[in-house]
Design a protein around this ligand. Sequence first.
Ligand SMILES: Cc1ncc(COP(=O)(O)O)c(C=O)c1O
Length: 400
Amino acid sequence: MSTKPLHLESRCIHGGQRPDPTTGAVMPPIYTSSTFIQESPGVHKGFEYSRSHNVTRFAFERCIANLESTGLSESDDRTQGGFAFASGLAATATCLELLDAGSTILCMDDVYGGTNRLLQRVRSRTQGLKVVFTDMSDANALARTASECKPRMIWAETPTNPTLKIVDIDAVARVGRAVGAITVVDNTFASPILQRPLERDIDIVMHSATKYIGGHSDVVGGCLVTSRKELAEKLRFMQNAIGSVMGPFDAYLTLRGAKTLAIRIRRHCESAMRIAQWLEAQPSVERVVYPGLASHPQHALATRQMQLNGAPAYGGMITIFLRGGIKESRRFLENVHLFALAESLGGVESLIEHPAIMTHASVPDAQRAALGISDSLVRLSVGIEDADDLIADLAHALER
Ligand SMILES: Cc1ncc(COP(=O)(O)O)c(C=O)c1O
């Protein structure tokens, strides 16, 4: 077999995978056993208890480690720096445990509402975290705020949810090094197919695997991935000590989803670009935010940072501002049929939602207003249906 590194499409299918050693099964079986026999106390086959070691979970963890290019071998870390959790928020919560009580965390101002809630309403009370928000799409503001507040961790998300701002990943890594902070990028919206922050010197990548990686809206999961051996050791300890692990059935489904991640992402990107361009020409749409449009304020950065096999590609998420207010938004959202009005994103089916009332209701009102998450903002997750059918659905709802 050639020793040439595999392309991402191939890594989705083969990355970190091997046939089951006992039967030769091509797909890892779902190992449900909670415990494993020991020949003598402490003498076993490397598996003791399923929270700590699970074959099916390990297979998914090696897959995501490979896709995010950790570069670690199994002798560096058993799952090559990939760790899977019961949800994206469980992954985030475990990651925050790397911080000592009273630490400062510098966070992107526009992040998933649940991340904001966990930081402001839970960890600032229980862990004494000092949470400083800044608009990291301005690299100078990021550097200035970091040198002022001396964070122990920098938490970025790009593209952001829901305003699709782009954060310069190189700048986050540089600033993190300069101030000695652990850098984390929530890579949920781009997926490892479009950007791999560890290749840009970021310390930890976080995913809601519920979204593109699972890809079929039938599983909730999360992961953390690192290429730093010492951080992998700490995360392995935390994953086991805290215990919010991904179960074997979910690991099986998520691994199954990951096999088609690259071809799905290609289709999401192509359709979203067409739909964004079409939306820009609609009189009832005041503004379209999509990193692939020349009108996006950070189009050049997105073009540099988000690529599929060397060609720019901008993901499947579109944000629009409708003309009018809540009445017009409600009417539009009640009249789409192919787009499902539902939270979440990244599935094969198209989803649409109203962040101010739905996914971002937990963001404090003043912060939501400052971020521009208004009543006229609608978020679309473009699925892999025929793009003409999706456009017809939106056209019908906009006419109402
Ligand atoms: C960008 C982003 N990060 C994290 C999460 C949290 O993930 P989960 O819902 O799997 O806990 C979400 C969920 O919507 C998200 O969109």
